[in-house]
Design a protein around this ligand. Structure first.
Ligand code: PGA
Length: 249
């Protein structure tokens, strides 16, 4: 069975004090123990967040560079993230792809860097509204996975996490219906079975992201192939984030 996961992507929101307060509240709220909880603060807050955090919440970064070190102004490497206690990173969020021109090739290098450094990752994929309206979303997502992720061997990908985030649902309040989410998640699981095997496909958590909130999380998480959520806006408030975590109950 894939792990149940609820992850909060803070994007470029909150200051350090607000982030610390949020994590302290998550830590002290009695949430479903069967759900793995992760937060992705701005990378410069990882250190401060780790100091007040317990084992309950895994802390990661929203982005990292594929190189170990060097002249890459403004970037952080995996070893730097690990040195302050970060254990996992997002790869290929649509905002990174769209606003920072991250290509499938760049993301493949990040995937390889994560594997080489024994660093967890959530690989994000998902189509734009235009692609959904053209009815080619499955081919589009398959291509993203094939170009950046499916070169891994089964024993390398088995601990990875995939997040399906339709761009038209991110930050728009327009969530995918549970049918739309489950249809894509089932397709992704099938791609994993075809590319690897049933056991590997069954070990990879596939999260849904895009306007997931306390009001719709229960229905989304009830889908057989939806193993949790990557949450943006609703992860900035402890009450709503914890309510989403408890939506598996
Ligand atoms: P949202 O963002 O929940 O605010 O739509 C999700 C994401 O971008 O990961």
């Amino acid at each position: 069975m894939p792990r149940k996961i609820v992850a909060g992507n803070w994007k470029m929101n909150l200051n350090l004090i607000e982030g610390i307060e949020l994590v302290q509240k998550i830590n002290t709220t009695d949430t479903d123990v069967n759900v793995s909880i992760m937060v992705f603060p701005p990378s410069l807050f990882v250190n401060g967040i780790k100091e007040v955090n317990s084992e309950k919440v895994q802390v990661g970064v929203q982005n990292f560079h594929s190189e170990e070190k060097g002249a890459f102004t403004g970037e952080v490497s995996i070893s730097q993230v690990k040195s302050v206690g970060g254990t996992i990173g997002l790869i290929g969020h649509s905002e990174r792809r769209e606003l920072f021109n991250e290509s499938n090739e760049t993301l493949k290098l990040k995937v390889d860097a994560a594997i080489q450094n024994d660093f967890g990752f959530i690989f994000c994929c998902g189509e734009s509204l235009g692609i959904r309206e053209a009815g080619t979303e499955i081919e589009f997502v398959k291509n993203q996975l094939e170009k950046s992720l499916f070169h891994l061997e089964a024993d390398q990908i088995k601990d990875g996490i995939i997040a399906y985030e339709p761009i038209w649902a991110i930050g728009t309040g327009r969530t995918a219906s549970s049918e739309q989410a489950e249809d894509m998640h089932r397709e992704i699981r099938k791609m994993l079975v075809d590319e690897y095997d049933t056991e590997t496909a069954g070990s990879i958590s596939i999260l849904y992201g895009g306007s997931c909130k306390p009001g719709n999380a229960k229905e989304l998480f009830a889908c057989p192939n939806v193993d949790g959520g990557l949450i943006g806006g609703a992860a900035l408030d402890a009450t709503s984030f914890c309510a989403i975590i408890d939506s598996f109950k």
